[in-house]
Structures are given as structure tokens and as C-alpha cells.
Design a protein around this ligand. Structure first.
Ligand SMILES: Nc1ncnc2c1ncn2[C@@H]1O[C@H](COP(=O)(O)OP(=O)(O)OP(=O)(O)O)[C@@H](O)[C@H]1O
Length: 707
């Protein structure tokens, strides 16, 4: 698999002759620029992927592997299977859709027949595919009028005379000008030297009992497996490591939890009773059940640590309000933390409305400096009962609370470990409620939070009508906008979500700007624009205008994904819907259907992949977040070697906490066992584990919390 001598990479620069001695001499901590073949520009690009040292390459996991174990002659291609072919470009045909998107059809032939491959947004692909170019394509085979076709297959352009990579070929994440071929060469040269220098933190006895592979073997085979079985065995070891590390870190953090006390609050205080009496609606049964759990916790001196799960729009914010009122009505302060400033402002606005009649101050705490901020800080530091809403800024070093009783974390996929650690570091042990719309299995919750209890709000408030969800092919998108117009004429409001371009908020923001400018020209439409690159001030001005119905349509990016609550909005159009994840689509759709009016969601897409199509279909079939979470797993598929990896849950890279639940339970059990036997991790066999735990925690937490 290592690169050959003196040949050229696809980027055109020569690969240096293999220099085994120089590679072997590299130390794990050496900067990546010391690797032969990595100059300053590439080092910069690699840094964008989180690779600063030689060692970082080990965990730059392939996103997936292309299964190129066998080549199939075109004549033998069968519809519905995944296959790899090798052939030459025979003809190209580029078309443009109404919106100027290019669709490229390429005919590829080998000695046995022809296949047609279709690529979307494909100008850069076209440049590489002059007739006569030799290529390898991997992907799902479909059939059109009896002829085999491939849609957006993985493409490898072979330079003349080059031996193609066969077997299971890793596909790495890219940044800047890095090319896939360069990454494959780099890792295949470095990894074999690297892995045997890395320590294995797991004691031998544990590895034997859990039937786990060595870490060096596992890393090597995660990059360059020979068989799918190797890949799975390697993954099992590495996933176990991720889980064990997280479990140890969290248990370590909460070793001393039992010794701290929170104030006993009074959940029957007059303020809370007045609030409940004045509510224009009754709590739903689901809200009542969850509230019963929460109020019991708040009345005890053990600090509450509770995760509140509830589908989009199920009324979690109301329970946050009740919890905070319990604090204020008992003479304490309450704080609510949101993941973004925009959301913090939204929460502050709706809570202000609820709290004003009771005379309870609601303070918005932002990171923005100024005299006002200083005044706010000194009120927080006093004994005044109040509600503070903000982002991470609330737990920053500059903020202190005089009488903090309750903290609510509206986390939406983000985990509250850090906030708890920051608060405990200030000597604060308030009752803590973490809210999420994502269904998280209990074991996972326990692992990432330590000792969290879980409550669920079942069902939605009464009077909600199902959101009509329709898949609209691109050529019919005018019809969707016609529906927007009808809604606006009827006094309702609408959201338009822009497509994800290159998965970056920046380019999505540009797309949103263009779309909004186009719509603003239409007479009679009051159109606003919101995206992540606008200043906090601009964003809240637009949001306020939309809330107050001075705008009819809000064009935006995924920034609108969470928490925005404007019940008069009844239509959401999602452009390029096939490119969003299922959880994201569900959240975006949840922006409508929040009042009593009938609502609709239009998913605009010509799906380019089978997964994209399956996601859209799932959305049109159900509105239940739990079912969608299960469908999401199915679509990604267990043992999904060829598909994209799910990233980013609480530092898990290879683990899929839903799918790997059994392994998670084993790792958690082991972590408990290890820390019970050796609470300080002082045994020589545990030195590696201790280092490892500290590294994990240092990455996430300030160092003073650790000791
Ligand atoms: N018991 C109830 N009866 C009627 N309406 C309710 C009830 N509880 C909450 N609502 C209303 O339902 C809407 C959605 O509630 P809320 O914003 O609390 O949901 P959420 O679970 O926080 O949603 P998201 O996950 O989207 O942020 C709000 O407009 C709220 O006022």
C-alpha cells in the first residue's frame, strides 16, 4: 500500500523516495512538518484537520473505506449492488438545471461494455475527465432503461501507467489544497512506523478478558485493513478505548459529588402557584410527569442532575421556567445556558414575558463588554433572586453568583460536563437540569454525564396539527414558493432554509444572502435574512422583526435549527433537503407546527444518493423524533463500512453510541471496577490509563478541576 518510488501524486508534486530511516527516526511529538514530503503549506492544511504532530496522524481516522477488493467487468454489473469498475472516459455531456447547477453525465467503457455515471455540481470533476482518461468508479449500480448507471460514484482518476489502489482503500477528510492521494500516501508511509511507538494504556489482563486487539494493531488496521473482519475487530478495540476513556474521565470528575449539597427549594412557593394559575393552558400529562420528578429533586439537598428529553416543541422550556421559578420563589437565583447567543436572546424574550407579571427580573448575560454588563455582573454576585440567561459566558471566570439555586442547560446535542465542572470549581453545586430534544439512551447519558437521571416529556401540547411534509422535486420548486405566498397572504409566516454547501456555515450564508436578495425583489414580500456570520446585534434585530411579524419570510441557514419559537410561522421550505442529516431536518421542521394553525414543510431536493432519498422518505412518513432517530441508524446502517461516519458526539469519533451500546456498557462497567479498586489510578498497570484520562479531561476542562 506504500507509495512507489519517484511517482507523481494526483496533485502533480513528486513523492519523495521512501526514506525508511528518516521515518523511523521521527518521534511521536515531532511537528508534522518534519515528515518528508510535508512542506509548510501542507503542514498548515493538516493543522486544519487537527494534525500538528506526527502522533496526531494516528487518530486522523479515514471517513470510510472504498471496497476495491474486486473489479467488476461492466457487462457483469448488477442493479442494486455496489461495485467497482475500471475503464476509460468515452463521452461527456453537461447540462444545467434552471438554477444554473451543472449535471454531468459521463460514459465510461471497458472491453466488455459501457456505463453512464452522473455527477452533480460537477465542474471540478469535468476538468479531470477528458475523453480517454482512465478512471476507477465505485458506487451503487442502478438501472435506467435496462442500462447500468451510477449516481455520484467515488471517482479515482488514474494517471498514465499508474497501478490503482486495490483492496479496502481509506478515504481521509481533506482541508485546504490537500488531495486524497497525497493523504493516502502520507498515512501509508507514516502509520506503520508510528503505531509501534505508541503505548497501549490497557492492562494486558483487561485486553485478554475483553478479547480486545492490541492498540497498535487496531490503529494500523483502522487505516489499512486487509479484510472487513480486520476493520471491524480494529474498530471494536478503538471504540472500547473511546468509551473507557470517557467513562473514566466522567467518573473521575464526580468522585466527590456525594459530599456536596444544594439548597432545599420549595416547589410549592406562592410565586410558582400564582404562575401556574395564570398560565393560559394546562400542563400536558407528559409535562406533569416530568415535573413530578424535577420538583422532588429540587426539594432535596442532593444536587439535582437530571436530563430532560422531549421531542421538538413538546414544551421543555415551560419546565425550565417552573424549575427556575422554584429557585426564585425560594429566595435563590436561577441561570439558563443556551448554546448560542441568538438562542439565549430568544429564551430571554419569552421568559421575560412570562416573568414580568410576577415582577421577577430576567437578565440577559452576553459576552459583550460595557457598563451594562458590569451592572448585570454585580446583580448576579448579590443575593437578589433573579433569572439570568446567557451562553457559556455565564460560567466564565468573571461571573459569580450570590445565591445560585438552579441551572438549566439547553444543550441540544452539546453535553453539560464542562459547565458542571466550571460551576463546581467556583464552589457552586446548584440543582442542574439539562434539556435535549435528542433521544439519548440511558447508558449513554450515564457515561457522558456521570450520574444523570433521565425524565421524558411524552406527547405534544394539545391542538397541534400534524405538519404536512412534502418532497418537492427541484423542477417543481415554484409550487413550494407558491405555498409560501399563500401562507403569507393568509397572515402567516414562513422560513426558508438554504442548502448546505460544502458543509460550511460560511458558504451556506452566502447562498442564503443570494436567495434572500432574489426574494426581496418580489413585490409584496417582506423578507429577512439571518446567518451565522452576521453580528449578534444584526441577528437579534432580524429575529425580533420576524417575531413581531414585521417580516413575512425569514431566509436563513441551519442557525435556525434550534429553539426558535414563533407560533405564527406555518411553512418551512428546506432547499437541498437531501444533504441535511435526519436529526437536523427534524429540528428544522420543528420550527413550524408550534401553534394551532395547520403547518407544512417542503423538502426541496433531487436526491443525489440513496441515503439522501431515504432520509427524505423517512421525513415524509413520520413526525416522531424517536422513530426518526431509529430510522437514522438504519439508514446509516450497522456495520456501515462504506458510508459516512457519524462524528462529534461527546468526543466519540469511531463510536456510534447508539449502535455500540453493548460495548459502552462493558466499558462503563470496567471503568467503575478500575476506579473502585484503584481510586487514584496509582497502580503501575494504570499509569497509561491515568495519563489518558488526564489528556481527555484537559482537552475538555480547565486543568485546576482535575486535581
Ligand atoms: N401545556 C401546553 N399547552 C399548550 N401549549 C404549550 C404547552 N407547553 C408549552 N406550550 C407552547 O408550545 C410551544 C413550544 O414549547 P417549547 O418552546 O417549550 O418547546 P421545546 O420543547 O422547548 O421545543 P424545542 O425543542 O423546539 O426548543 C411554545 O409556544 C409554548 O408556549
Amino acid at each position: 500500500m506504500a507509495g512507489g518510488t519517484g511517482r507523481r501524486t494526483s496533485s502533480g508534486s513528486p513523492v519523495k523516495p521512501l526514506d525508511g530511516d528518516r521515518l523511523a527516526a521521527l518521534a511521536l511529538g515531532d511537528s508534522i512538518g518534519r515528515v518528508p514530503g510535508v512542506g509548510p503549506k501542507r503542514a498548515q492544511d493538516l493543522a486544519k484537520l487537527g494534525v500538528d504532530t506526527v502522533q496526531d496522524l494516528a487518530t486522523l481516522w479515514p471517513r470510510r473505506h472504498l471496497d476495491r477488493t474486486t473489479l467488476t467487468p461492466i457487462r457483469d454489473l448488477q442493479s442494486g449492488t455496489v461495485a467497482t469498475i475500471r475503464g476509460r472516459v468515452e463521452a461527456l455531456n453537461e447540462r444545467f438545471t434552471g438554477r444554473g447547477q451543472s449535471v454531468l453525465k459521463v460514459r465510461i467503457g471497458d472491453s466488455s461494455g459501457h456505463v453512464e455515471a452522473t455527477f452533480f455540481h460537477a465542474r471540478w470533476i469535468k476538468r479531470q475527465l477528458a475523453p480517454g482518461t482512465e478512471v476507477m468508479l465505485s458506487g451503487r449500480i442502478e438501472s435506467f432503461r435496462g442500462r447500468p448507471t451510477m449516481t455520484h460514484p467515488d471517482l479515482d482518476v488514474l494517471s498514465s501507467g499508474e497501478t490503482p489502489r486495490l483492496g479496502l482503500v481509506p478515504v481521509y477528510p481533506l482541508a485546504g489544497d490537500l488531495k486524497q492521494r497525497f493523504m493516502q500516501d502520507l498515512l501509508s508511509r507514516v502509520i506503520p512506523h508510528l503505531v509501534y511507538k505508541m503505548a497501549d494504556p490497557l492492562p494486558e489482563s483487561l485486553k485478554a478478558e475483553e478479547h480486545l486487539a492490541d492498540r497498535a494493531w487496531a490503529i494500523l488496521h483502522q487505516h489499512f485493513p486487509e479484510t472487513l473482519e480486520d476493520l471491524e475487530r480494529s474498530r471494536r478495540r478503538l471504540v472500547f478505548d473511546e468509551f473507557l476513556r470517557m467513562s473514566l474521565a466522567v467518573l473521575w470528575l464526580h468522585r466527590a459529588d456525594g459530599q456536596h449539597y444544594a439548597p432545599k427549594l420549595n416547589p410549592d412557593n406562592p410565586l410558582l402557584r400564582r404562575f401556574l394559575e395564570a398560565l393560559p393552558f394546562d400542563l400536558t400529562d407528559g409535562q406533569k410527569d416530568a415535573w413530578r420528578d424535577i420538583r422532588r429533586d429540587l426539594g432535596a439537598s442532593k444536587p439535582m442532575a437530571r436530563l430532560l428529553q422531549g421531542d421538538v416543541g413538546s414544551g421543555k422550556t415551560m419546565l425550565a421556567a417552573l424549575s427556575m421559578l422554584t429557585a426564585v420563589g425560594s429566595g435563590y437565583q436561577a441561570a439558563m445556558m443556551a448554546p448560542t447567543e441568538l438562542l439565549a436572546e430568544q429564551h430571554a424574550l419569552s421568559l421575560e414575558k412570562l416573568m414580568e407579571p410576577l415582577g421577577i427580573p430576567v437578565l440577559l448575560v452576553t459576552g459583550r463588554p460595557g457598563r451594562e454588563r458590569e451592572v448585570t455582573y454585580s446583580r448576579l454576585a448579590s443575593d437578589e433572586p433573579l433569572i439570568a440567561i446567557g451562553t457559556q459566558a455565564l460560567v466564565s471566570e468573571r461571573v459569580s453568583f450570590g445565591r445560585l439555586g438552579v441551572v438549566v442547560v439547553d444543550e441540544q446535542h452539546r453535553f453539560g460536563v464542562r459547565q458542571r465542572a466550571d460551576l463546581s470549581q467556583k464552589g457552586l453545586f446548584p440543582h442542574m437540569l439539562v434539556m435535549t430534544a435528542t433521544p439519548i439512551p440511558r447508558t449513554l447519558a450515564l457515561t457522558v454525564y456521570g450520574d444523570l437521571e433521565v425524565s421524558q416529556i411524552r406527547g405534544l401540547p394539545p391542538g397541534r396539527q400534524p405538519i404536512q411534509t412534502v418532497h418537492v422535486p427541484m423542477k417543481e420548486r415554484r409550487a413550494a414558493y407558491q405555498k409560501v405566498l399563500e401562507a403569507v397572504k393568509g397572515g402567516r409566516q414562513a422560513y426558508v432554509i438554504c442548502p448546505l454547501v460544502e458543509e460550511s456555515e460560511e458558504s451556506q450564508g452566502r447562498a442564503a444572502t443570494l436567495l434572500a436578495e432574489g426574494m426581496q425583489k418580489l413585490p409584496g414580500w417582506r423578507v429577512g435574512l439571518i446567518h451565522g456570520r452576521m453580528s449578534a446585534q444584526e441577528k437579534s434585530t432580524v429575529m425580533e422583526a420576524f417575531r413581531e411579524h414585521r417580516l413575512d419570510v425569514l431566509v436563513g441557514t441551519t442557525i435556525l435549527e434550534v429553539g426558535v419559537d414563533v407560533p405564527n410561522a406555518t411553512v418551512v421550505v428546506i432547499e437541498g433537503a437531501d444533504r441535511f442529516g435526519l436529526a437536523q431536518l427534524h429540528q428544522l421542521r420543528g420550527r413550524v407546527g408550534r401553534g394551532s394553525h395547520a403547518s407544512a414543510c417542503y423538502l426541496l431536493a433531487d436526491p443525489a444518493t440513496a441515503e439522501g432519498e431515504a432520509r427524505i422518505q423517512a421525513m415524509t412518513e413520520t413526525q416522531d423524533g424517536l422513530i426518526l432517530a431509529e430510522r437514522d441508524l438504519e439508514i446509516r446502517g450497522p456495520g456501515e463500512v462504506l458510508g459516512m461516519r457519524q462524528h462529534g458526539v461527546a468526543g466519540f469519533q469511531l463510536a456510534n453510541p447508539l449502535k455500540d451500546l453493548a460495548l459502552l456498557e462493558r466499558a462503563r462497567e470496567r471503568a467503575r471496577h478500575i476506579l473502585t479498586a484503584d481510586p487514584g489510578l496509582t497502580h503501575p498497570d494504570h499509569a497509561g490509563l491515568k495519563n489518558w484520562v488526564f489528556e481527555a479531561l484537559e482537552a475538555a476542562l480547565p486543568s485546576h478541576v482535575l486535581h
